[in-house]
Unconditional design. Structure first.
Length: 361
């Protein structure tokens, strides 16, 4: 059995009776309004490096007192993260970035590729441990927050978010707030961290099920950040996919009930997968947002990586290794797939763990 070393082996893999709890790729469709009358020459030409003006204006209306000039439209949140860290390197040199662990698997590589150094604060029961955070934030230039979180599915408490916002403002530390799941929250309204020191990252991938179109953005009230990011983007990807930007703009005009209906679908699946895994004896948090669960599983040999390989090669089930997110001894399952597939996947996992119940503690 070939060991599976990273999510790259699984992204885009499906078919052949495979059930994928892997990639966080919504199976739902984007709003149908985005597809009409796209045969316009403008949509196939180069565009503004900072992003389409009309899209940035629409985005600015979503944030209090924001202006179109505060936004850069990027090729997904992924490019926004990449450019922000490189901009911080350009402005401040080789500084440290505080990352909450478990983390989205791209965070450490993207920080290191920018020439910065990640340092970690371990989450307590999946949420920021403010005591540890307060200690570690001294000495870093930026912190990276992700609520609702991939991979934990947890949503930070309002008091914690406000404390992070305030402390970082006082210390002159950037808060990079990855809010790609801000619309997929089941428990309460989200709180969006704000201030001149805050760089918000977001995307159309999850809210509008448009991940393949690669449209994301960053929002910064500090003009120096925006200017530096645009200066880098000219020489890398140039403009973001123009056709995708037009589709994103149209998606924003669709009534909000579209997003609310999707959240109800995720909630139903969340309840199903959470209940199913609990019934099998898994130890996991009930997700409050996003579409991931992160149950414990720790075989006596081979670690959680062994579970990933065996489930894939023997049962055709894709799950991600917690080690990729900084937490070996767990696996991450995305429930962004339809209920009958979740049901079938859980049945296969059940047959795999039969007789292995001690691994789940
Ligand atoms: C926390 C987090 N940030 C960023 C991304 C990247 O999103 P995009 O498709 O917009 O590049 C993902 C994708 O799964 C994610 O989970």
């Amino acid at each position: 059995m070939q060991p599976i070393k990273s999510p790259a082996s699984f992204i885009g893999v499906n078919g052949d009776h495979v059930i994928s709890f892997g990639s966080g790729q919504p199976d739902l469709l984007p709003p149908k309004e985005i597809f009409k009358n796209l045969e316009t020459p403008r949509l196939f030409k180069y565009g503004l490096v900072q992003g389409d003006e009309a899209l940035r204006e629409a985005l600015a209306r979503e944030y209090p007192a924001a202006k179109a000039r505060d936004f850069v439209v990027t090729n997904g949140a992924s490019e926004a993260l990449d450019l922000v860290f490189r901009a911080i390197h350009e402005m401040h040199g080789k500084v440290k970035v505080l990352v909450c662990r478990p983390y989205y698997y791209s965070y450490p590589p993207v920080i290191e590729l920018a020439g910065l150094e990640p340092v970690y604060t371990d989450l307590k029961e999946g949420k920021i441990d403010l005591e540890d955070f307060k200690k570690k934030v001294r000495g870093v230039k930026a912190v990276l927050i992700n609520s609702p979180s991939n991979p934990t599915g947890r949503v930070e408490d309002l008091d914690t978010l406000r404390a992070v916002e305030k402390l970082c403002a006082k210390l002159g530390v950037y808060v990079i707030s990855d809010e790609v799941y801000k619309d997929l929250i089941y428990e309460r309204e989200n709180y969006l961290i704000k201030g001149k020191h805050v760089i918000t990252i977001n995307s159309f991938s999850k809210t509008y099920s448009m991940c393949g179109l690669r449209i994301g953005y960053l929002f910064a009230r500090d003009p120096k950040i925006v200017e530096t990011v645009v200066g880098l983007k000219i020489h890398t990807s140039m403009n973001t996919n123009i056709l995708g930007q037009e589709m994103a703009l149209r998606a924003m005009k669709v009534p909000r009930s579209f997003v609310e209906r999707q959240t109800e679908v995720w909630r139903e699946r969340r309840d199903f997968i959470h209940g199913g895994l609990i019934a099998m004896g898994f130890d996991l948090w009930k997700p409050e947002g996003a579409f991931y669960v992160l149950p414990k599983i720790n075989p006596p040999t081979g670690g959680s990586g062994r579970v990933v390989s065996e489930l894939f090669y023997k049962h055709k089930v894709i799950v991600y290794d917690g080690a990729w997110f900084g937490v070996p001894g767990r696996i991450r399952l995305s429930y962004a797939l339809e209920l009958p597939k979740i049901k079938e996947g859980l049945a296969r996992i059940k047959s795999y763990i039969k007789g292995k119940e001690t691994w789940l503690k």
